[in-house]
Design a protein around this ligand. Sequence first.
Ligand code: GRG
Length: 300
Amino acid sequence: MPTQTVTTDFSDYIKKTAVTVDQALHQFLPSEKTAPATIHKAMRYSVFAGGKRLRPVLALAAAEACGGDPAKAMPAACAVEILHTYSLVHDDLPCMDDDDLRRGRPTCHKVFGDGMAVLCGDALLTESFLILARTLPTARYKMESFIHELALTSGSRHLIGGQVMDLEGEGQALTKAQLVKIHKAKTAALLTTSLRLGAMSVNATPARLEALTTFGNCLGLAFQIIDDILDVTQSTEVLGKTAGKDAKVDKATYPAVVGLDASRKEAATLTKKALAALEPLGTKAHRLRELASFLLVREY
Ligand code: GRG
């Protein structure tokens, strides 16, 4: 975390929230000893590999921004992190992005084998819904709304659809509009759903949910543009994943399509739009504001 741009208070908040999330994840996930042990070891290996926990933080901060108790959003926060981890495990497989390093450690299939990694991803995806089902329904949102939200985002219309467009786009000269479509589906959709599920867990009003959706769409696209930039400007050691991978496999990225400077400017403009969307939420959204500002200057 670049200390010059982050207050101690925000840095402490992120660290403390990540610890609380990890404690909940430990409770929710089956123990390593649960039979069959190998799959549960693989699941825990992948989940506790040191991710930034951005999606859970978004869910918990969204609950707070809506004036609710963040603790109520913990099942949703853990569900999105587990689902995100599944997507990373499958994305790293030899038949997808074929990567050896993730979160600073050998990827799941490198340690447990391809077959076990496929099953680990499948199990994490299923487990995320099991954990989400622990959410207590509210006056406005019944359990089916929570399930619908996560299923729609993780399915073929968004997350998987984005991966399909990504795979089919390799080696092709994509337009900016096509790239934006991929980034929205692969990245922005799950970040937005993290916010929405956190807010729904505390019975957010439709107006607040709408404001968070706009915030998430802008923030999610900015986050992926920064990710594309970091892929060309940072080292493998700092990122904890193979740097320069996108260019190597001839993948369309923001810097490749519009250049580095224009990419930085676009990320800044989107972050401004994201911050403007938070206005109706008032001071309770201060953690989301800090987070958006931090993500723009992040170094990994
Ligand atoms: C279902 C196989 C499959 C793929 C769906 C989400 C996705 C598409 C693939 C995962 C890899 C990828 C490049 C996703 C884009 C979003 C992104 C930048 C993920 C990395 O998120 P961070 O930086 O990761 O929050 P940590 O490790 O910190 O949690």
